[in-house]
Write a protein that binds this ligand. Structure first.
Ligand SMILES: C[S@@+](CC[C@H](N)C(=O)[O-])C[C@H]1O[C@@H](n2cnc3c(N)ncnc32)[C@H](O)[C@@H]1O
Ligand SMILES: [Zn+2]
Length: 283
């Protein structure tokens, strides 16, 4: 399948289209952004940063990379791949952005699973430079961008699919960048997700409530899938990687983390909601 970089980029400062001149992207106002040696472009101006190194740390990125490489989230990959393929398949370029792509796992997997006749242009964006660097090192076929979901450096109505996998949706930006008829694929943990890990970490784990699909302004929910299964972590190292890639790695109390550190195996529930939203177009 031809996989090419998505290039309908926009200046993060003024929204004007960016033109590529060799390894530099330039807007009509003269703002310019160089491609790094490793192939990614930093489109996160200092004005849009709330801290020096926003997003996931290098250690979290490495832990997620090792965990995902074990294939424990393969059922989610397959569902996302199905939802990314329209029927009938398009003749024209099909543009996909993964907003909050981490180390690029889902785009790499989609590149393997997508039908051979589909011509896809892909970009992965993350606010964490370490995440984007890890993504760019593993695959050169996509555009890899450091940027924020709050100011996507992407032209209006340029995307067919927008992925937000365990990420942070920004409804108005997401609606701006999708084409009419495009789709947002939002992936979130359900209330039972990683329950066994949380039961070791915390003295009390709240009772499960029936989950409700989040309302996203400007979007209507058109499909909701639940993926539930359990998987086994066979070593203390795998358990530590799972802990390190979740917010519990920071949030959990010391004694809870010590109990997890003593584990050598753990059977864990995966409960993941994959929701498809369509932008509401004015009539
Ligand atoms: C839980 S991780 C999920 C990463 C990836 N989607 C995956 O599932 O492997 C959330 C990601 O969102 C990124 N992130 C946090 N705030 C963001 C923002 N405002 N814009 C873009 N990415 C952001 C983090 O750096 C992190 O890589
Ligand atoms: Zn500009």
């Amino acid at each position: 399948m031809p996989i090419e970089p998505f290039v309908e980029l926009a200046c993060p400062l003024d929204g004007e289209p960016l033109d590529q001149h060799d390894k530099t992207w330039v807007c009509p106002q003269g703002h310019s952004y160089d491609q790094a040696r490793q192939g990614y472009v930093n489109l996160l101006p200092v004005q849009h940063k709330r801290s020096k190194d926003p997003g996931d740390s290098k250690a979290m990125v490495a832990a997620r990379q090792r965990f995902l490489a074990t294939g424990h989230y393969q059922p989610v990959v397959e569902l996302i791949a199905r939802l990314c393929c329209p029927s009938p398949l398009p003749d024209a370029d099909f543009n996909i952005l993964d907003a909050g792509c981490g180390e690029g796992y889902y785009l790499r997997q989609f590149a393997e699973l997508a039908p051979a006749s589909m011509k896809v242009r892909m970009a992965g964006l993350d606010i964490s430079k370490d995440a984007v660097l890890a993504a760019a090192k593993q695959d050169k076929r996509q555009s890899w961008l450091v940027g924020s979901n709050a100011h996507l450096p992407v032209q209006n109505a340029s995307l067919d699919r927008l992925l937000c996998v365990f990420g942070f949706p920004v409804a108005n930006e997401f609606a701006r960048v999708l084409k009419p008829g495009g789709r947002l694929i939002q992936v979130d943990p359900g209330p039972a997700h990683l329950r066994e890990l949380r039961e070791v970490l915390y003295e009390r784990v709240d009772a499960q409530t029936e989950p409700k699909a989040p309302q996203l302004d400007g979007f209507q929910l058109i499909e909701e899938d639940e993926v539930s299964y359990s998987f086994r972590l066979d070593s203390g190292k795998q358990i530590q990687d799972l802990l390190a890639m979740t917010p519990h790695g920071h949030r959990a109390p010391k004694d809870g983390k010590a109990r997890v550190a003593a584990l050598t195996a753990l059977e864990v529930t995966a409960e993941i909601f994959v929701r498809v939203y369509e932008p509401i177009t004015d009539v």
